[in-house]
Design a protein around this ligand. Structure first.
Ligand code: ZN
Ligand code: ZN
Ligand code: FE
Length: 765
């Protein structure tokens, strides 16, 4: 290499707009003594560099190492350029269409630089709850349309003062082109209102809100992606009042703590969990409760876990600086309704719950709940993927046509694809009421607009009655592809792992319609994107009462007892008797006998429910998965035993996996007075051994060495860790979810890639 100047053009794709990328390149070019120019382009950022070849190499090396915290570089392409003779490095104006296809950053936590300014009494933004810069602040939730510029965001109503404008225009400034840039003079403000939404004349709304929370008030706090209901978590009476007013009997409330030490005081935190708590997305992290804490028991009754997050918006820091042990910060929704965002709407919907409202005058364009993650089997596992992660796409191995996938019924998300990118929406929730359906439609329209995607195809579930399926069927001009639920689960897992060869897929969850009209949920599929075969499934049993059997796990216990013994044995000496008397049991038995409202299911989730009820843990659940979670939580860590597993290797295709031996063994253990903790451990070990054996059997038959694990059951750490380990020992590569939830929140991704593959097969075939 010589010192002769050379010229290179770089195209950088990814999340490189609105995150301080051009000022970063400007400063990097200066450091390396390079001239040239940078501009936003349709797919990212385009740079021309002139200078010594070695300096250009160093510049490129530094790109990925020193990039701004919010930037995500997907691809850098280099092409030679003609020497132009630049005498400086400059940021040039972008073309009009420059930002159509670029990626928008998620909303992320306030950065350390901004926090330091906010806490500096000499700074002009001292104590200002809307401080932000190109490295931090709101994005996704304030964008109305593209290109991402201030007039297309909810900041359009605020005109920057001279000081803010000067920062915005200065390429060397941290706030260069920071669209939400604001200060106390020109930006949004907080105010405190009473339960009726009437403004209260107070000097310092935040200080007054803190005072009221201390007194036990429930304060609705408008944050980044919606409202929270804030309550002092150590105030048992206030927590109980919140629970009563929210009609939320057992679901745990999320907590916010000031810092890591405060978290450690109430929960056990492993080093990997530190990372999750501190990550810029600031999700709610599920952590094991400590035994004796100052937290009111009503926060997470009967639950071994706390969901805890650290402050992420500047306003949260100002609240938490008041010294609370922890605040309950639960989504301000009525049961099963999406999180509230609009001030007027919030007053109307939350007036009966909140005593006071701490609001502000910056609109939230698109609501986004807090994300929930947990550390399990050596990885971050999303349980709810929302604020902080959305709209970062999942990158696919191959480009696909533009598909809109409408997701499932529960824990709904939607997915839009563009080339190699799959955009999974924020958590929309259970599509069981009008408000949720509206939010679903709003999110689809919003994402189509800000991503500039016009779907050519629409994908939905096989279930004709899901609201999401009905919506898909109303889109008259677009071909619809219906995708089987468990196929979509496995495809989602393959897609995020960029796998395209066929896999053995274990799809274990509560409910999903099979093409035979029965309810599936304990499925071993041999699948690729275009299709699947059902290789094995759990012996189906009736669900007496249909949906009632999901609510009442004791009904599933009776169904499995009947399936295992041919009749329901005398319950008198079994713990399940405490949930149903002889009369009730008789009614359920007759329902099954006559086949009245008793659809058959192969669901593993329901088998978990049955065992939880059998050992006497729980006869009725307040939310799906509650009984299974409790069964997992009580398992004895020292127990190593398991029950015998049997299945017929020579049986016809597909293979029906008997559950009777397991249920009989559980009953034997109960009669031998073994503890629920021991039985739970043995039950888990049995399932792990069983599925490991079945995979070895199928692996030998098909030659497939990759196993994909998906479905809500894999939120169970014991199952995920145990089965991953066993399968690895058996020589399989195990594919699991790290980017989208294993539960139905990840389903839209799978629907999209299955639809894309089926369309491709149809076209070529
Ligand atoms: Zn910042
Ligand atoms: Zn200003
Ligand atoms: Fe599912």
């Amino acid at each position: 290499m010589t010192d002769q100047p050379t010229a290179t053009r770089l195209s950088i794709n990814g999340i490189v707009q609105g995150v301080g990328f051009r000022p970063f390149l400007y400063q990097l070019a200066r450091q390396h003594g390079l001239n040239g120019e940078v501009a936003n382009t349709a797919s990212g950022v385009g740079v021309v560099l002139e200078g010594p070849a070695l300096s250009i190499e160093r510049f490129v090396d530094d790109l990925s190492v020193k990039k701004p915290p919010l930037a995500v570089i997907v691809e850098v392409t280099r092409t030679p350029a003609p020497l132009h003779g630049f005498i400086t490095f400059s940021i040039v104006k972008s073309r009009a269409d420059a930002t159509r296809a670029t990626l928008i950053s998620p909303d992320v936590m306030v950065c350390d630089d901004c926090l330091a300014e906010m806490r500096d009494p000499a700074d002009r933004r001292f104590g200002y709850p809307f401080i932000n810069c190109t490295n931090c602040g709101p994005r996704y939730t304030i964008i109305d349309d593209i290109p991402y510029d201030r007039p297309k965001t909810s900041m359009r109503h605020f005109t920057m003062c001279a000081a803010c404008q000067a920062e915005y225009d200065d390429p060397a400034n941290r706030r260069f082109h920071a669209q939400p840039n604001a200060c106390p003079v020109c930006g949004p403000r907080v105010s405190l209102c009473d339960a009726k939404g009437r403004g209260l004349a107070v000097d310092d709304p935040i200080a007054e809100a803190i005072r009221r929370i201390r007194q036990g008030h429930i304060v609705a706090v408008k944050g980044l992606g919606g409202f929270h209901l804030a309550v002092d978590a150590t105030n048992a009476e206030a927590v109980t009042r919140l629970r009563r007013r929210k009609h939320r009997e057992e679901k745990p409330f999320a907590l916010m703590c000031h810092d890591l030490d405060a978290v450690r005081a109430i929960a056990r935190v492993a080093p990997e969990e530190d990372h999750l708590l501190l990550s810029i997305q600031r999700p709610i992290v599920l952590l094991r409760k400590r035994a004796e804490t100052a937290i009111a028991t009503g926060v997470a009754p009967g639950n071994p876990w706390f969901g805890i997050m650290l402050p992420y918006a500047p306003l949260h820091h100002l609240l938490m600086d008041a010294g609370f042990v922890a605040l309950v910060m639960t989504s301000a929704n009525l049961r099963d309704e999406p999180i509230a965002i609009d001030n007027v709407e919030a007053f109307a919907r939350l007036g009966d719950i909140a005593d006071d409202f701490l609001v502000h005058d910056r609109d939230i364009i698109l609501r986004s709940d807090d994300s929930i993650v947990r550390h399990s089997a050596g990885q971050r596992r999303p349980i709810r993927r929302s604020r902080g992660y959305v709209p970062v796409p999942v990158f696919l191995k191959h480009a696909v046509p533009s598909v809109l996938a409408c997701g499932a019924e529960l824990k709904n998300t939607i997915c839009l694809t563009r080339g190699r990118q799959a955009f999974v929406s924020q958590h929309i929730g259970d599509l069981e009421n009008r408000a949720a359906e509206e939010f679903f439609r709003l999110t689809i329209d919003h994402l189509k607009r800000i991503l500039d995607i016009t779907p050519e195809f629409v994908a939905c579930d096989l279930h004709p009655d899901y609201l999401s399926t009905r919506y898909a069927r109303t889109l008259r001009d677009i071909p619809v592809v219906a995708v089987q639920h468990h196929h979509a689960h496995i495809a989602a897992c393959m897609a995020e792992n960029q796998i395209d060869a066929p896999v053995i897929g274990l799809a274990f969850d509560g409910t999903g319609l099979g093409p035979d009209g029965s309810i599936w949920g304990g499925e071993i599929l041999v699948a690729d994107y275009a299709g699947y075969t059902r290789a094995a499934y759990l012996q189906p049993v009736p669900m007496p009462g249909g949906a009632a059997a999901i609510r009442d796990p004791w009904r599933m216990a009776l169904a499995h007892l009947r399936s295992a013994f041919g009749d329901v044995p005398d319950l008198a000496d079994l713990p399940v008797v405490r949930f149903a008397d002889a009369g009730q049991a008789q009614v359920i038995l007759q329902m099954m006998e006559r086949g009245v409202n008793s659809p058959f299911t192969s669901s593993l989730g329901r088998l978990f429910d049955a065992v939880a009820a059998l050992v006497g843990l729980r006869g009725r659940v307040a939310f799906e998965g509650q009984a299974a979670m409790e069964l997992e939580a009580i398992a004895d860590d020292h127990e190593t035993g398991r029950y015998a597993v049997t299945w017929d290797a020579h049986a016809d295709d597909p293979l029906v996996i008997p559950t009777a031996p397991m249920i009989q063994a559980v009953v034997d253990d109960l009669r031998a007075k073994r503890s629920p903790a021991v039985i739970s451990a043995r039950f888990h070990h049995t399932l792990i051994a069983l599925f490991d054996e079945l995979c070895r059997h199928l692996g030998a038959r098909t030659g497939i060495r990759q196993v994909a694990l998906s479905g809500g059951v894999f939120q169970n750490c014991r199952m995920l860790e145990g089965l991953s380990l066993a399968l690895q020992k058996s020589g399989f590569e195990v594919l699991t979810h790290r980017l989208v939830p294993a539960n139905d929140g990840g389903l839209s991704l799978g629907q999209a890639v299955v639809a894309a593959a089926q369309i491709a097969t149809r076209i070529s075939g």
